[in-house]
Write a protein that binds this ligand. Structure first.
Ligand code: DX5
Ligand code: ZN
Length: 218
């Protein structure tokens, strides 16, 4: 699986999103959009209007990371807005299987997400249908937090499961605290997609930061 760098616009300049997206066009592999409802996580960020506004500005796939309660009710509006992938936390719904089906039936790729305190068992029954599994490597809600290395055992387990059994053909993504010091460990554990927010956008040259990360894993 080709490795991908996914800049997270949570650390971009919100007053100049178009400018920041232009800086990573053709350099990042996709754009990670964090959606927060102030309930599932203690912060607020981005709604479907932002995804719709970004859609015509970039050729990069838009990946929506839903950190919301009752994710079912938001899926149609993010599909409509032009999301290419929708990621749903296993902890946020009683019906993770149904939510994955809903997303895929709408023609969009579906991923499941696990908080640091949540074991792989929570998503084992959907591994054979999902397009992606995202392992949170920080507690979700904020950019700029410290990487949690003990999450790498989950990445490793998912990679082994995918590569040695017939249970799944998913990409493995990590999100939180990914930078030049931590990306190597994530790649070694078996991650394919690396979300990076503050490392990319807290820099005068986001494109160079993406290339730096890419150089460390390819
Ligand atoms: C955190 C978000 C992340 C965030 C990562 O809840 O899901 O996508 O943007 O930011 P960094 O890379 O700064 O840890
Ligand atoms: Zn995220």
């Amino acid at each position: 699986m080709a490795l991908k760098i996914a800049p997270s616009i949570l650390s971009a300049d919100f007053a100049n999103l178009a400018t920041d997206v232009a800086k990573i066009e053709g350099v990042g592999d996709l754009i990670h959009v964090d959606v927060m409802d102030g309930h599932f996580v203690p912060n607020l960020a981005f709604g479907p209007q932002v995804v719709a506004a970004l859609r015509p500005l970039t050729k990069l796939p838009l990946e929506v990371h839903l950190m919301v309660e009752n994710p079912e009710s938001f899926i149609p509006s993010f599909v409509q807005a032009g999301a290419d992938t929708i990621l749903v936390h296993a902890e946020s719904t009683h019906h993770i299987y149904r939510v994955v089906q809903m997303i895929q039936e709408a023609g969009v790729k579906a991923g499941v997400v696990l908080n640091p305190g949540t074991p792989i068992e929570m998503v084992r029954s959907v591994l054979h249908i999902v397009d992606e599994v995202l392992i949170m490597t920080v507690n979700p809600g904020f950019g700029g937090q410290k990487f949690l290395p003990d999450m790498l055992s989950k990445v490793n387990h998912l990679a082994q499961n995918r590569d040695t059994t017939a249970n799944g053909d998913y990409a493995i993504e990590v999100d939180g605290g990914v930078n030049a010091d931590t990306i190597g460990q994530c790649a070694d554990a078996g991650a394919d997609i690396f979300v990076a927010g503050s490392f990319v956008f807290d820099s005068a040259d986001p494109a160079a930061q993406i290339q730096r990360l890419r150089g460390l894993v390819e």
